[in-house]
Structure formats: C-alpha cells, structure tokens
Design a protein around this ligand. Structure first.
Ligand SMILES: [Zn+2]
Length: 286
C-alpha cells in the first residue's frame, strides 16, 4: 500500500507519511470493556489474528514559504525495546522518505504533538545526530515538564530510551516551549492544547481559504473510541481530562464539518465526525 498521501487544505499542500505499522492487542485499546463486547464491536474493522493494525504517521504542511512537519515518527533503532509486554524494533520510513524527496533539511518548524516514541522517535539518528538541526522544534510546556522533570526513569525501557536519546538532547536545539491553551504559530496553523492522553498533547488545526484540517494526534486511537467515549485505552494518563479534550474536539469538528486526521486509524486516517441522537460516529473520507 502507498506510504504517502497528498491533498490540499485551501492553499496548504498536505502530505501524510506512513512511517510504520504496529499491531496492538485488543486489551491495549479497550481496557475497561469485556473482550467479548470488544471483539463483537470490532467485527466491522480489520483485526488480524486478534491484533489491531495501527499506523504511525507524520504530516507535512507546505505553505507558500514554509514547510512544517507534525510529528517525527519512530525513527530507526536496531535495539529491541519493551513496553507493556510488546517488543518494539523500530524502522520508520518517514526519515528515508523525507531524504528521498529532498525535504529533510528544508523543514522550518517541527511540531511534536506529544513525546511518545511513535511521535517523537525520529529526531536523532542512532549515532546521536539531530536530523532536524535546521528546524524550530515546538512542544507544549506541560509535555516537556512532565517527561523531563516528573517522569520516573525506569518505568518503561521504551519511554526511557525516547526521553534520554530523543527528547533530552533537544535542549541544545532551537526549541520553543509554548504554554498557552491555543497558539497560532503562523497564519492558518493553530495549536490547541488537548491534555489527557499526555499532559501537553497538542492538536493541530489548519485553516486556509475556508477549508480545515484537524490533526488530533492520539485523542482517539480507534473509531470505536468515538462511538464509545467511556471505552478507555491503556495509554491515556488521565482519563477524565482526556474525555474533556475529546468532547471539545468532537464539538469543534462536528460544528464546523472539519476534516480530521486520526494518527492511528487505518491510513490515511482522514474523515469527519457525525452525530445522531447524541451518538458520535466516524465517517471515513475516501
Ligand atoms: Zn501515538
């Protein structure tokens, strides 16, 4: 299947890069739901040998004079790293694809929606070279404080690696920490603080010539999380706060008929929110 998907949002050229594909257990995605109920609800979605396919993506936005990358994929790491019983060996395709398209050294700004390994894993090469040394890196202050100050090393080999090798060295790069609930970083690109999954997760709202795209990062991992707002995944840090952020995004997306990009849904993960009798649903945009 194709790894790159390009489309326009007003004057912005958008390209989605499929960086990697991982498969999660049903219990990773639906923690407080009986397996029977989850399996039945999953019948209309692809599940392969009891595992849910989950793409990792990145979004490149090209305006008239700027190139902005949202998230940096998993990067490449030959060592196997463990997280919640999963063994991860990463070989992301984003960086090779950016190099092949002569884009890697032309990125003006990198927005990291949060600092999980599938979003912030591609910043440094295995030989510790920053792959985005020409770019401004933008992170929410609450995200930075959590991982660089409050996170307890030793909790997870995969997260430890990401913080030590990919996040801490950003101190020596052109790093911008934002602490506002919303911030327009250039005309038409607005960052929205949506805490819960992590303390400083960001959604990215593009608006150009009346067209919209809302990149929701990990607000939902699966369409069933939109249909069932009380179904929890194992990775949200604060479920109540996450639910407030999810409702805010749902209303914003529905009221404005926005196109959404949903990082972990089937690639390219584009669609819209529908609502019938107070039940939310996901409508894929072909
Ligand atoms: Zn993720």
């Amino acid at each position: 299947m194709k790894r790159l998907h390009s489309f326009k949002v007003g004057n912005f050229k958008c390209t989605l890069f499929k960086d990697f594909l991982y498969r999660y257990r049903i219990t990773d995605y639906f923690q407080n739901v009986s397996t029977e109920v989850a399996v039945q609800a999953l019948e209309k979605f692809s599940v392969i040998e009891g595992m849910i396919p989950s793409p990792y993506v990145a979004l490149l936005v090209e305006t008239d004079d700027k190139k902005i990358l949202v998230d940096t994929g998993v990067g490449k790491r030959s060592q196997i790293l463990e997280f919640k019983g999963h063994q991860f060996r990463f070989e992301g395709q984003l960086i090779p694809d950016l190099i092949a398209n002569s884009l890697l050294d032309k990125i003006d700004k990198v927005i990291l929606t949060h600092l999980h390994p599938d979003h912030a894993g591609g910043l440094f090469s295995e030989d510790k070279k920053c792959l985005f040394s020409n770019s401004e890196i933008i992170i929410h202050q609450a995200e930075w404080d959590y991982w660089c100050r409050d996170y307890r090393m030793g909790s997870s080999p995969l997260f430890d690696y990401t913080i030590q090798e990919q996040v801490n060295p950003l101190k020596d790069q052109y790093l911008t920490l934002i602490d506002k609930p919303e911030l327009e970083i250039i005309p038409g690109i607005n960052l929205i603080h949506i805490p819960g999954h992590t303390p400083g997760q960001l959604a990215v709202h593009l608006n150009s010539n009346g067209e919209n795209l809302l990149y929701i990062s990990d607000a939902w991992l699966h369409p069933l999380h939109i249909e069932h707002l009380d179904w929890r995944n194992v990775v949200d840090l604060d479920h109540e706060l996450a639910n407030k952020s999810k409702l805010r995004l749902l209303n914003m997306a529905y009221d404005n008929s926005m196109l959404l990009q949903t990082f972990h849904f089937d690639f390219p993960g584009l669609g819209r929110i529908d609502k019938l009798n107070n039940n939310w649903s996901w409508v894929i945009e072909e």
